[in-house]
Design a protein around this ligand. Sequence first.
Ligand SMILES: Nc1ncnc2c1ncn2[C@@H]1O[C@H](COP(=O)(O)OP(=O)(O)OP(=O)(O)O)[C@@H](O)[C@H]1O
Ligand SMILES: [Mg+2]
Length: 101
Amino acid sequence: MTPTEPSMKISVSGLRAWFGTNEVLKGIDVAIPARQVTAIIGPSGCGKSTFIRCLNRMHELITGARSHGQVMLDDADVYASDVDPVLLRRRVGMVFQKPLR
Ligand SMILES: Nc1ncnc2c1ncn2[C@@H]1O[C@H](COP(=O)(O)OP(=O)(O)OP(=O)(O)O)[C@@H](O)[C@H]1O
Ligand SMILES: [Mg+2]
């Protein structure tokens, strides 16, 4: 990496996500730079919230939901067996569209 390239905070590769048999993320590859604002834009239902829930492992809390692929945060694998999802979610927060009941 040259000094002029921004460092990547999050790197996603081959990310797929399902609700049951419905595959809603079909192989996402994206790198999100540190110290910049990155917007995810798309029509309702295209998978924006699902994508964010895969970054902080909230997707796996939904019954019947699963994901596959790699998410790196600061060069550490978010899905590694030694990662505590609760501590991860402190670092990768999200604001919900609707309040959770
Ligand atoms: N809990 C769920 N159970 C089953 N399917 C779901 C669930 N949540 C979302 N989906 C489906 O997954 C797909 C992606 O939904 P998601 O909420 O990620 O879209 P979005 O881009 O955030 O939409 P919006 O702009 O309306 O917030 C949609 O087809 C949606 O119906
Ligand atoms: Mg949404």
